[in-house]
Design a protein around this ligand. Structure first.
Ligand SMILES: [Fe+2]
Length: 315
């Protein structure tokens, strides 16, 4: 087997073309035209795979999506996103800060506070909004499936509703309920099925020497589009090549990770740093290895809900 590290081989170029680097990318403060003119709604988006709910689908700096999109959203303290719904599911994985997410139905709202590595999957057609009540910016990763990307339907946008009602996602005073897994309100019960707390998820130790927490998929939220997992990869640990029949993506949240591809005996590798991403297409032989002294935490999205029976083997 020949090792090629030349950046000029077609495979190396393809790997580079499937890599999104945080440092090279730009946060877009104008990704959502419906927010224009409303300072309280300001947010910035960084697109890695697809447009992720922004109408900027022609952006050539983002990778073409197959089954899911990946973007980052930056939200500063005091800002919020107006309550809206759409026909696609959307996950928010918090990376930094604390985010309040509200779900609304018939003028009542349930609010949940999500911290680092917590996730909510916003159900189809459920009115949802979010707000940063904290003192530090929120950074989160949003993924949506790419089934039928239609524009969001706004329920309580400040251009049509009083600012305070919009900020509370449509709840009049006294109509906001806290998130409660044991709550009796139907909206509390519904939301409870879609909120994942990092510290509540079992930690699965793979025989290959790394950890997985399954957010969406077997052991996590049961769901019909994509699987989502957080990997913890100790220093020096790597896996033998795997092949999936759908695409997957690795987004580095902590540390660094080497991702390798193989095709026709040729091997190429790239090292991902903080908030860098690789999308590996369906059918491509790939692996990862942590070459650094520090552990790596990696967010992984897999383009199918079907279990693929992959058994990870230590490299
Ligand atoms: Fe949404």
């Amino acid at each position: 087997m020949t090792m090629h590290t030349s950046a000029t081989s077609a495979l190396a170029q393809d790997l580079a073309a499937h890599t999104g680097r945080f440092t090279d990318k730009t946060f877009d403060w104008n990704a959502f035209p419906s927010n224009a003119g409303f300072d309280d709604l300001a947010r910035a988006q960084m697109r890695y795979i697809g447009a992720g709910g922004s109408p900027k689908v022609g952006d050539t700096s983002t990778l073409k999506p197959d089954h899911f999109t990946v973007s980052l959203i930056h939200k500063e303290p005091g800002k919020y996103a107006a309550c809206h719904s759409h026909e696609i599911e959307e996950s928010f994985l918090i990376i930094d800060g604390v985010l309040v997410v509200g779900w609304e139905k018939d003028g009542e709202v349930v609010e949940v506070k999500l911290g680092a590595k917590d996730m909510i999957l916003n159900a189809r057609e459920i009115g949802h909004g979010f707000r940063n009540d904290g003192v530090t910016p929120v950074l989160m990763s949003i993924s949506v499936d790419v089934g039928k990307p239609l524009p969001p339907v706004y329920h309580y946008h400040p251009k049509e509703h009083p600012a305070e009602l919009a900020r509370s996602f449509g709840a009049a005073p006294g109509k906001t309920l806290p998130f409660d897994r044991n709550g009796s309100h139907p909206l509390q019960k519904l939301m409870s099925q879609y909120v994942v707390r990092h510290n509540e998820l079992p930690t699965v130790w793979e025989k290959a020497g790394f950890t997985r927490k399954v957010y969406v998929g077997e052991g996590g939220i049961q769901h019909d589009t994509c699987r989502k997992e957080m990997l913890g990869i100790p220093s020096g640990v790597g896996i033998k090549p795997i092949v999936r029949d759908v695409e997957d993506a690795y987004l580095v949240l902590e540390g660094s990770l080497v991702v390798g591809w193989e095709e026709n005996g040729e091997i190429v590798e790239t090292e991902l740093g903080l908030r860098d991403l690789v999308k590996t297409p369906a059918g491509r032989k790939h692996w990862f290895r942590n070459n650094s002294a520090a552990p790596a935490t990696v967010w992984s999205v897999i383009g199918s809900s079907e279990a693929d029976g992959i058994v990870y083997e230590a490299a």
